[in-house]
Design a protein around this ligand. Sequence first.
Ligand SMILES: NC(=O)c1ccc[n+]([C@@H]2O[C@H](COP(=O)([O-])OP(=O)(O)OC[C@H]3O[C@@H](n4cnc5c(N)ncnc54)[C@H](O)[C@@H]3O)[C@@H](O)[C@H]2O)c1
Length: 278
Amino acid sequence: MGDRLKEGGRLKDGGRLKDKVAIVVGAGQSPGETIGNGRATAIQFAREGARVLLVDNRLDSARETQSIIESEGGQALAFEADITGEEDCRRMAGHCLETWGRIDILHNNVGIGERGKGFVDIAGEDWERFMNVNLKGMYLSCKTVIPSMIERRAGVIINISSIASLISTGAVAYKSSKAGVNALTQGLALECAPHGVRVNAILPGLMDTPMAVEGRMRAYHQTREEVSAPRNERVPLAGGMGTGWDVAHAAVFLASEEARFITGVLLPVDGGQSARVG
Ligand SMILES: NC(=O)c1ccc[n+]([C@@H]2O[C@H](COP(=O)([O-])OP(=O)(O)OC[C@H]3O[C@@H](n4cnc5c(N)ncnc54)[C@H](O)[C@@H]3O)[C@@H](O)[C@H]2O)c1
């Protein structure tokens, strides 16, 4: 892992989320050399002063994130839950409230990608899996956390969508599930606004994360260069793909008081890709 990825491109952090309590769902990561969006966000939240509940259905991976945060002097706790189950989501919210007394930030990062199938070849059970993990999981985690935020008349929710929800892509099941995330975000934002709770989405573009790059290397038996070169070329902004840290920095901003007047926004973090038509 190069220095830029390891450090998040910042020399000094701290204070923007001081005394806040955050839940990051999907705080582990797919195996690989670079850093994932969820892990980078959990680390960056802790660097900014938040205590972070690291939720993942792979406890070992959430524990790795916990070790990184603790090695930097931050506070975090790994917690095993599968967010496609309502009972697990209730346990997650309950555990955070019992441990730290409140939930200021809910960051919904979980999402699975779709590879290689045309629409008519998508099996019904695969379609359901995308909807369950990518959309129903966010509905359930929001549903179980929002009551405590409304009670305190404060809170921030950040949902990770994708620019695939807006621009052309062949991955119809993934695209549909992420378009649902956008609708969920905007609908919730309006419903929660009178209660002082903000809800926004981040739409990552082509990111150099293990899920996207190593995932494709494994699926298509390609080298890193074969996967990365065409992805880099598709990004308008010089430098090619973004990293998990780019998503993390956007999430810190949306979670912080600096964004106190921002809700219902679908924020692309994509090097300009969604601005290009055709
Ligand atoms: N990398 C990209 O190029 C890109 C582009 C657009 C959007 N995104 C979005 O970013 C998000 C993921 O990014 P990442 O890099 O952190 O991925 P990642 O795969 O590294 O991390 C996701 C984590 O979620 C966990 N998870 C999966 N299903 C779960 C479940 N049911 N319950 C609890 N945990 C579960 C996994 O174990 C994993 O640790 C997804 O929502 C994805 O759609 C990524």
